[in-house]
Design a protein around this ligand. Structure first.
Ligand SMILES: Nc1ncnc2c1ncn2[C@@H]1O[C@H](COP(=O)(O)OS(=O)(=O)O)[C@@H](OP(=O)(O)O)[C@H]1O
Ligand SMILES: [Mg+2]
Ligand SMILES: [Mg+2]
Ligand SMILES: [Mg+2]
Length: 380
């Protein structure tokens, strides 16, 4: 038996809906790489958002609400309906509505219920805006990043669908869908590009590619499955294999990963820390929570993110990745060595400088020491 925890039912629904959401993203990404300009919108903070971000949020909201009808489902998620409800956004809303309805039609293939009738645009808006919970220290809250690494997504590169559950302020399960991160390791080392692989690989082969990872808190185990495009009605656990962090603890042999964008993490500070702790390899720059996935799977040993001072990290950018890395045997803390606190609402309040994840305690101690030593000489 691959799960035997308190949240088996929640985990099963979460894994199924993440598979479903990944298939939606794959379809949208294929069209996006050819028609980028008019399909990528900007939010108020200038970050990108697409049909996929809203559509996944509406889809996951509908499935969770339907699957847990007896509960008042609380969802903390990234997107809101501001852009979508503007007067000149009618086409956009129509695209989202169609995308969600098409996706939900496929739900039975994934062992989930589909709606009895086609959802109206107003119901889609309602579903998206219903994900406006702020989490907190009590009760049960789903945490969703419908598309994490939207920039990677629009570039035809790495991105993730991240769903997790917090209970009394603790992350109790996490699921990460990584449609462009194949089961085999070597793929991550090349920069993944959908547009390139579409030219060189038959689309069907490429669609076999991705994986979904998941873990339940306290199980001491984390799992990976191939992404199922044709559905997964029965025996959803069967194709899962256990994953574990890397056993490398020599910094000279370790690989570290970090965000692609300099705006999202201070690369030069990370390089200083890397040098100071004796890392020798070039950093692996990857969009999205695929970085946590790489640590959990043993494809890399260290993840560092040092956002600019004043930026507040959001829980949906980390929750699923953290529980999967920890259950796979890794360590995740802030740059001061303290565990991340998911109980304070939407933000990781009180975060000390940045976030680090390591495959084990030896590398983690060295990393925290190197941050401490490098801090004075930096001006983050
Ligand atoms: N200024 C700034 N500083 C730090 N972090 C920020 C910043 N702006 C955005 N974000 C969040 O970063 C999420 C993407 O992180 P990544 O590690 O994938 O970044 S990168 O694309 O590889 O550069 C990204 O998640 P998504 O919006 O889901 O893509 C953001 O939540
Ligand atoms: Mg994100
Ligand atoms: Mg996102
Ligand atoms: Mg975003």
């Amino acid at each position: 038996m691959m799960t035997c925890g308190m949240y088996d039912k929640e985990l099963e629904v979460a894994v199924r809906v993440v598979h479903l959401a990944c298939s939606l993203c794959q379809r949208v990404q294929e069209t996006l790489v050819y028609r980028r300009a008019d399909q990528v919108m900007s939010k108020e903070d200038d970050s990108p958002v697409t049909i996929a971000d809203w559509s996944v949020q509406a889809t996951v909201c509908w499935i969770l609400s339907d699957s847990f009808k007896d509960q008042k489902v609380s969802i903390v998620a990234e997107e809101d309906v501001q852009t979508l409800s503007k007067a000149d956004s009618a086409d956009l809303l129509r695209s989202v509505t169609n995308t969600v309805n098409e996706c939900l039609q496929e739900a039975p293939k994934y062992g989930l219920q589909k709606p009895k009738k086609t959802l109206e645009a107003s119901e889609i808006l309602k579903a998206i805006s219903q994900c406006n919970s702020t989490g907190g220290p009590t009760g049960r809250h789903w945490i969703l990043d419908p598309v994490d690494g939207t920039l990677g997504f629009v570039r035809g590169d790495q991105y993730a669908v991240a769903l997790s559950l917090i209970q009394e302020g603790k992350v109790v399960l996490g699921v990460l869908g990584c449609p462009n991160y194949p089961m085999k390791k070597e793929w991550l080392n090349h920069q993944y590009s959908l547009s390139m692989s579409l030219l060189s690989t038959p689309a069907s082969d490429m669609r076999e590619g991705g994986c979904v990872m998941y873990a339940q808190r306290g199980s001491g185990k984390a799992w990976m499955q191939p992404l199922k495009n044709g559905g997964m009605k029965l025996q959803w656990l069967q194709s899962a294999k256990e994953i574990q962090v890397s056993s490398i603890d020599d910094p000279a042999l370790a690989t570290f990963c970090e965000p692609v964008e300099i705006a999202n993490s201070n690369h030069s500070f990370a390089a200083g820390v890397a040098h100071s702790m004796g890392l020798k390899k070039q950093p692996l720059r990857v969009h999205s929570m695929v970085k946590y996935a790489a640590i959990a799977r043993g494809d890399a040993e260290i993840f560092m993110k040092f956002a600019r001072a004043g930026y507040k990290e959001k829980i949906w950018d980390h929750a699923a990745g953290v529980v999967i890395v920890e259950e796979a045997g890794g360590v995740v803390t802030d740059a001061g060595g303290r565990p991340l606190d998911f109980s304070k609402g939407v933000y990781l309040e009180g975060l000390d400088r940045g976030i680090v994840a390591c495959s084990g305690a030896t590398l983690h101690e060295k990393l925290i020491g190197a941050v401490y030593a490098s801090w004075d000489s930096s001006n983050l």
